[in-house]
Design a protein around this ligand. Structure first.
Ligand code: ZN
Length: 510
């Protein structure tokens, strides 16, 4: 909401007077009275700092910040209160979010390096936060509430300011004073690293996939060694000294060692990627200082799984280059497709995941699992084999839950979304790797309204909706109807998230 509607403010004041919420010059801090007036404000948001009382209000279908007292730094619609004093009714703008973060530091994100378990809860729509926070209430995990890649920003037409502010308002609304993070996800350039940290993000996921030369892994024998000989001599000397005598025994019993061919292969595939990781890390340090941000290195967007040797090579090189890695995302065996369960041999996954987790432990960072939405069959292994020390990212499933709420509560709108998704599916596959078979999705006209939610148990239908969010939200009319419906049923959406993300956490054992 960019404007606070004046008639909504008058309506609010009238109701507040009737509910006895206003004392001489301010808002009562009587929790019971505020709870009773829950439809008017979010009682958990109420905070006093010096002479200023602020809280999150509901004005009609929109939310606004209420500031009672001096409240320097906020701008909004000023009103005198019946008992004397003044109140400001502020739009949830970027400037007001900045002022709120300055007034109440816990509404700003912080680095989570010291946390054991962290979960990324990407919220492409900017409205899921309260549901996520309620899910986390009695769990031993710290949330990364703002998490967006540049691809997602493009597809949703949002900015990093907006992504961060949405999380701030959610945290404020729920009165969530524990640490939470903000992740500039899959950033590929130094400029984006500086931008995200400059805006206030506290985590960078460095995506170096464009610099990983997977094709070099196929080289063998003389060809391989000749290619290695082409690397700068000083680099080779450093690597030879670092790796050829290395005997690393992991706590799971595996021993990692490098012969000249193995080292040459790792260096050729990952050498340039490490150079780029270093550039991105230095850009981060310039912007936020050493230790001022979490640094996740992601090598997951490749075709072939990361071998244990490759993981050790990357980790050891990061250490030699003094990169403060807080988590690392390898490419695991099997398929981690968006919004559906793991595809592959679970036993094989467990075996290789155990080794990656051990490498992460050895080097002192958390293992990170990307595309972690709905991977229910492998969650127990992730929780057990890391003893709870991991980072996991979800995003698409939060969007899917929003569409599922609409399928339940507004079937006509769902049908329009579904048709729009079918019409734009082909275009959307340019951004996401999926193996969706549209032929396996029942035709809309064969389904009754009551049957629509069942589509969300169909992997192909899930992926259809999952990857087309950008196309659907680009349609102005559809976008408007989508958001107004979701806002109307926002408590149902938050409840759905509590159930669905709660199931994730249950399976992960946190
Ligand atoms: Zn990833």
């Amino acid at each position: 909401m960019n404007e606070v509607a004046k008639h909504e403010i008058d309506g609010w004041l009238e109701k507040a007077v009737r509910a006895d919420l206003l004392t001489a010059g301010g808002l009562t801090e009587d929790a019971a009275a505020l709870k009773a007036a829950g439809a008017l404000l979010y009682p958990n948001s109420l905070r006093r700092k010096d002479d200023t009382v602020c809280c999150l209000l509901r004005l009609g279908s929109a939310r606004a910040l209420g500031v009672f007292g001096p409240g320097a730094g906020f701008s909004g619609e000023s009103r005198s209160l019946p008992g004397g004093g003044r109140a400001l009714f502020c739009a949830l703008s970027h400037e007001n979010a900045e002022s709120l973060r300055a007034l109440l530091p816990w509404t700003a994100p912080s680095p989570l390096a010291s946390q054991k378990t962290t979960i990324g809860l990407g919220d492409r729509l900017g409205v899921a936060g309260p549901g996520h926070i309620r899910t986390l209430e009695d769990r031993k995990a710290a949330p990364v509430l703002a998490q967006q890649s540049v691809r997602e920003l493009d597809l949703t037409g949002r900015s990093y300011e907006d992504v961060l502010d949405s999380a701030t308002w959610a945290v404020f609304q729920e009165g969530y004073e524990r640490p939470w993070g903000a992740d500039g996800d899959h950033l590929k350039t130094e400029e984006w690293v500086r931008t995200a940290l400059g805006i206030g993000f506290t985590m960078i996921t460095a995506d170096v996939s464009d610099y990983i030369h997977g094709e070099k892994a196929a080289l063998h024998g003389d060809e391989l060694l000749a290619a290695y000989a082409g690397l700068p001599a000083s680099f080779r000397r450093t690597l030879d000294a670092e790796f050829l005598s290395l005997r690393l025994t992991l706590d799971t019993g595996e021993e990692i060692r490098f012969d000249p061919e193995g080292l040459a292969r790792a260096a050729l595939v990952y050498g340039e990627a490490l150079d780029h990781a270093e550039r991105l890390y230095r850009a981060g340090v310039e912007a936020a200082g050493e230790g001022g941000f979490d640094f996740e290195l992601s090598v997951d967007e490749t075709d072939t799984p990361t071998t244990p040797e490759a993981h050790v090579f990357v980790a050891a090189e990061c250490r030699r280059r003094n990169l403060g890695v807080t988590s690392l995302a390898p490419r695991f065996v099997g398929e981690f497709q968006k919004g559906i369960d793991y595809i592959g041999d679970v036993k094989e996954f467990e075996k290789s995941f155990a080794v990656h987790a051990a490498v992460a432990r050895h080097f002192g960072y958390r293992i990170s699992v990307h595309s972690g939405s709905d991977k229910f069959t492998v969650f127990p292994a992730v929780g057990r084999l890391t003893a709870g020390s991991f980072h996991i990212k979800t995003a698409g499933t939060n969007w899917l839950e929003a569409v599922l709420v609409i399928a339940r509560l507004n079937p006509a709108l769902y049908r329009r979304l579904h048709q729009g998704a079918l019409d734009s599916f082909e275009r959307a596959t340019a951004y996401y790797h999926v193996t969706t078979d549209l032929g396996k999705i029942p035709a809309l006209e064969d389904l009754s309204d009551a049957e629509l939610p069942e589509l969300f148990a169909n992997s192909d239908a899930r992926q259809l909706i999952h990857i087309t969010y950008g196309e659907l939200l680009r349609n102005t009319e559809l976008k408007r109807d989508f958001f107004s419906c979701l806002e109307e049923h926002i408590e149902a959406y938050w409840q759905a998230l509590q159930v669905h993300i709660g199931r994730h956490l249950d399976r992960l054992g946190i």
